[in-house]
Ligand binder design. Structure first.
Ligand code: NDP
Ligand SMILES: CCCCCC/C=C/C(=O)O
Length: 505
């Protein structure tokens, strides 16, 4: 079903694509009220793909008012849970039916390899939506042990109008991580995709409408962070913002909430994720494969990317050799060629940011064990920089590109201290043959997701989010994400003799 096509087939799809270019508000596509547009480009070639509506606060106000209307009249939240489930399942089906088109659109707009769009982003988007749809008619509310004089119910209610602010690195998947639980809970959403990657969000909004999500429930306002993100964050009638992106922008949303209506804010921000390899790791080939995958898939443009290899000095040289061998399979180039695993970085500014870390490696006279090569001002080959110290920017800052730093240790406590020597705490992976060491490291590393003898972000059923400056306010995925989009209400009903007597009198 999700097997890659050939490069020629992808190019044929690309040649026929129609791009949605207007905001989607109240069930219809609309140009920006100002009439302005911005160009969205293919980062691999620099060519303009489309001119998209450059919305501003007027469009945000309009979208929020329509989302509020839809929420208040209950056209979605008051539908029977089984009906809402059926609609969300239909949306998943429509995405599946249009999977090749969406994979190509995602690849063209973001520079991601189409192979991964086809085998990860699109199928995981479908799975996420199905998972949350299936939850809708299976979640029970609670009663409290209030004794025989009262019946106390603790019920979830949808929080209201939710602003979903998305990053450019997994446009479809992060959309699903937000709208899946938000729509399942019965909320209305106003989605702000990243300016670099708006196209697939608009297409999914169109499919959502076709699936039967009522007008006003799923809105998309396109435009910049300043013109659309900020008014959404400051809006007095938005009940919650669910954000994925950088930590500095996440902080802004906390300020927007404080300066407006104290809306709930859930942040999924950056990471500087370690892979800790002990000298008792059993299979260094497997470690090499997992570290390469963790560091380089999606070009390292991934908040959960393995960014720091923290390896026992005894096994470092052997492991770096094996990593080099795996990297031979990781070709860089045309994102529409399914042979390539490394595509283009999302834009020129980001390319410059990522390559500034290569300049640092040179300045610091660090040894580049693999890669270090760029192509056409848009591509960076997978790079491994050895001998990185904790003071280096390569060790401390989120690179968000295909660069892995290597640091060695000699004792377990040194490994834990290195892993935790960061302001971030999103993910970590641990490689060891000892159950005791695996448990110790998983508990001592301060991160929201720790994987043992593998790399990954878990599946739809496991929460995803970070400690420290990696996250705030809740988790994506799982039933815990559903709870993000709900208020808890206590209903206390007096059923004592006194209340019965009073009612009768
Ligand atoms: N944790 C993660 O998954 C991500 C982390 N990053 C990190 O952030 C760095 C910068 O990437 P960038 O895309 O700029 O990430 P941002 O955090 O700036 O962008 C995330 C989202 O927030 C919006 N936004 C930007 N500025 C504001 C603002 N002032 N007010 C409200 N909304 C705003 C963006 O809109 P728009 O893009 O349209 O301006 C986008 O929709 C990357 O190099 C990487 O290190 C980036 C993306 C994802
Ligand atoms: C297959 C799961 C991919 C999850 C990627 C999670 C990344 C989140 C982010 O960068 O914000």
């Amino acid at each position: 079903m999700h097997e890659p096509l050939t490069a020629a087939e992808y190019k044929a799809i690309a040649a026929d694509l129609q791009f949605p270019t207007n905001a989607f508000i109240d069930g219809t596509f609309k140009p920006a009220s100002s009439g302005k547009t911005f160009k969205t480009k293919n980062p691999a070639t620099g060519e303009t793909l489309a001119k998209v509506a450059a919305c501003d606060s007027t469009d945000v106000d309009f979208a929020v008012s329509k989302a509020r209307e839809a929420f208040d009249d209950g056209r979605w939240r008051l539908q029977h849970p089984a009906e809402r489930k059926a609609v969300l399942l239909k949306l998943a089906k429509l995405i599946e039916r249009n999977r090749h088109e969406l994979a190509v659109m995602e690849s063209l707009d973001s520079g991601k390899p189409v192979r991964e769009c086809q085998t990860v982003d699109v199928p995981d988007t479908i799975h996420t939506l199905r998972w949350h749809a299936e939850l809708i008619d299976k979640l029970y509310d609670n009663t409290a042990p209030a004794g025989s004089n009262a019946l106390t119910m603790i019920v979830r209610e949808p929080i209201g109008v939710v602003g979903c602010v998305l990053p450019w690195n997994f446009p479809l998947l992060m959309l699903a991580w937000k709208i899946g639980p938000a729509l399942a809970a019965g909320c209305s959403v106003v989605v702000k995709p990243a300016e670099d990657t708006t196209l697939t969000t608009l297409r999914v909004a169109e499919l959502a409408h076709e699936a039967g999500i009522p007008a006003g429930v799923f809105n998309v306002v396109t435009g910049s962070g300043k013109d659309v993100g900020e008014p959404l964050g400051l809006h007095m009638d938005v009940d919650m913002v669910a954000f994925t992106g950088s930590t500095p922008t996440g902080r802004r949303f906390l300020r927007y909430a404080a300066d407006s209506n104290l809306k709930k804010v859930v942040l999924e921000c950056g990471g500087k994720n370690p892979a800790v390899v002990l000298d008792d790791a059993e299979d260094l080939d497997l470690v090499a494969e997992q570290v390469v995958n963790g560091a380089f898939w999606n070009m390292g443009e991934n908040c959960s990317a393995t960014s720091r290899l923290i390896v026992h000095s005894k096994v470092k040289d052997d492991l770096l050799k094996r990593i080099g061998a795996y990297l031979r399979e990781w070709k860089t180039g045309d994102p529409l060629d399914p042979e390539n695993r490394i595509g283009a970085l999302v834009n020129k500014a980001h390319f410059d940011k990522v390559t500034s870390f290569l300049d640092d490696a040179k300045k610091e006279k660090l040894s580049v064990a693999h890669g270090g090569v760029t192509q056409n001002g848009a591509f960076v080959e997978p790079t491994v920089v050895d001998g990185v110290t904790t003071k280096s920017r390569l060790f401390q800052e989120e690179i968000f590109g295909p660069i892995l730093s290597v640091t060695t240790f000699n004792t377990l406590s040194e490994a834990i201290a290195l892993a935790n020597d960061t302001n971030y705490g999103l993910t970590a992976s641990v490689y060891t043959g000892s159950l005791r060491n695996a448990i110790k490291l998983s508990r001592e590393i301060r991160a929201g997701v720790v994987t043992v003898n593998c790399f990954g972000e878990g599946d739809a059923s496991t929460p995803f989010g970070g400690y420290k400056e990696s996250g705030f306010g809740g988790r994506d995925k799982s039933v815990f994400a559903h709870d993000n989009y709900c208020e808890l209400k206590t209903i206390w009903i007096d059923v004592s003799e006194r209340s019965v007597d009073e009612t009768i009198r």
